[in-house]
Design a protein around this ligand. Structure first.
Ligand SMILES: [Zn+2]
Length: 228
């Protein structure tokens, strides 16, 4: 039996529609604003792929991701959660020392509807100040949790000189039950120049699959670079 009243079901549907509309507006904006303000993909005429890793650093999985990247000579971009960075500053230093780009992903990784634009900006600045403290430099790169922003939040971030980074390839590594499943997802949606790929350095499945993904991509004549 459903635990949802018809009224709740209708309002959930409306929220879902509003959410879809908001995401469509956000994606449409990329056509009219420069990439330095809103990046969804890189240069499609290039042979460069941008791997991005969200939600870390995690002491269990991030060092293993960094090991693979170092072994293959690949530099990537990490969107770190401030709370995690505060607990594991040595991993932030290692990312920077090994040539990776670092951006913020809020301090607490809240759900999109849980904070207003002022609270969001506070979290972004708090994470930036933490990076400044750990590395001696902050970062203007910001990726919103779940890739979701309202227009109000977007204006506020732009007014604070933030560069918003989304993605155009999402293999859903967080939902993959096994490395085979993730590898199959990559085979189905092969990478192309300019792709910004969403991955998570908190995923054991990603750790297991990453080296093969890199080798497969290099074999197809593509290279990797961190986001500027
Ligand atoms: Zn996230």
């Amino acid at each position: 039996m459903s635990d949802q009243s018809p009224c709740q079901a209708v309002s959930k549907k409306r929220v879902f529609r509003k959410d879809r509309l908001r995401q469509a507006v956000l994606l449409a904006l990329r056509l009219v604003v420069p990439r330095s303000l809103l990046l969804v993909h890189g240069d499609k005429n290039s042979r460069v792929v941008h791997l991005t890793f969200d939600d870390g650093p995690s002491p269990e999985t991030t060092p293993r991701i960094l090991d693979v990247l170092r072994r293959q000579g690949v530099r990537a971009t990490f969107f770190v959660v401030g709370r995690q960075a505060a607990a594991h500053p040595e991993l932030i230093r290692r990312m920077a020392d090994e040539g990776h780009a670092i951006g913020g992903h809020t301090y607490s990784h809240h759900l999109p509807g849980q904070v207003n634009s002022r609270q969001l900006l506070d979290e972004v600045r708090r994470t930036d100040a933490l990076l400044q403290q750990i590395l001696g430099r902050g970062s203007r790169l910001f990726r919103p949790p779940f890739g979701k922003l309202t227009l109000g939040k977007l204006w506020r971030l732009w007014a604070d000189s933030r560069s918003i980074v989304l993605w155009n390839k999402d293999p859903r590594d967080f939902a993959a039950a096994s490395p085979d499943e993730l590898a199959a997802s990559f085979r189905e949606h092969s990478l192309a120049g300019g792709d910004v790929v969403l991955l998570h350095d908190t995923s054991a499945v990603t750790v297991a699959c990453l080296e093969e993904l890199i080798l497969q991509t290099l074999r197809s004549g593509l290279t990797f670079a961190p986001l500027a």
